[in-house]
Design a protein around this ligand. Structure first.
Ligand code: SAM
Length: 206
């Protein structure tokens, strides 16, 4: 079961997401939320409960839809977990802040505003290596390989790096092919594509 207050906000956001998906041409690209699907949210929620995740890092927050799925898992795992989530767009930060407040999860989520690359370096200084149980990569697709290399030291052994948009939209396919060959050539991880909706690459640090 999902926490009731979180579920209410997820359901409200799903209406906006459905509208965006069915009226793609009416929503200017810079205003799109581009959130994960409900299926993918459920998938990660189950996975995070299963690995008892406490500390989560997200690259690409948007309005906090995926973050709410992660927050629900953390709350069912521990009283002491946290999510660090990164975005550079102020209107998305404003909206996510409200959504997190309404869902009652603000105290466990720290939003970092700015360029993900720079913030990832700061996070390494602040939290050190092997700190996170789960890292979700869902920002600019051309930087996925760089994000993966910055994130691998940050995730603990047995922790997971998830990456969205492995299968769709098609315009990202070439970049995702490069991401997969980069990840899968690393002997310190094991990795598989889970073909739900836009497709997730799920990578465990060995
Ligand atoms: C696909 S959306 C994230 C969706 C969110 N994970 C969800 O499912 O609810 C990508 C987000 O990454 C942010 N972003 C893209 N490139 C970025 C960068 N280089 N640094 C920081 N944020 C970035 C965008 O502003 C956008 O809100």
């Amino acid at each position: 079961m999902i926490n009731e207050k979180i579920q209410n906000v997820l359901s409200r956001l799903e209406k906006d997401i459905d509208y965006e998906n069915s009226h793609r041409d009416e929503v200017p690209s810079e205003k799109r939320l581009n959130c994960i699907s409900k299926n993918i949210g459920t998938f990660y929620n189950i996975m995070l409960k299963s690995i008892h995740a406490k500390n989560i890092l997200e690259i690409g927050m948007s309005v906090g839809y995926s973050g709410l799925w992660f927050a629900d898992a953390i709350m069912s795992n521990t009283q002491y977990g946290k999510i660090i989530t990164i975005d550079r767009e102020q209107f998305k930060i404003d909206s996510a802040t409200q959504n997190f407040e309404e869902a009652g999860v603000s105290s466990l989520i720290k939003i970092k505003k700015g360029e993900a690359r720079k913030i990832l370096h700061e996070i390494k200084e602040e939290f050190g290596e092997n700190y996170f149980d789960f890292i979700f990569i869902d920002a600019d697709k051309e930087s996925y390989i760089e994000y993966f290399d910055l994130c691998l030291p940050l995730v603990r052994k047995g922790g997971i790096i998830g990456a969205d948009n492995i299968l769709l939209p098609e315009r990202f396919n070439e970049m995702m092919k490069d991401y997969l060959s980069h990840v899968r050539s690393n002997p310190n991880v094991q990795s598989v594509t889970v073909p739900i909706d836009n497709g997730e690459e799920v990578t465990i640090k060995l």
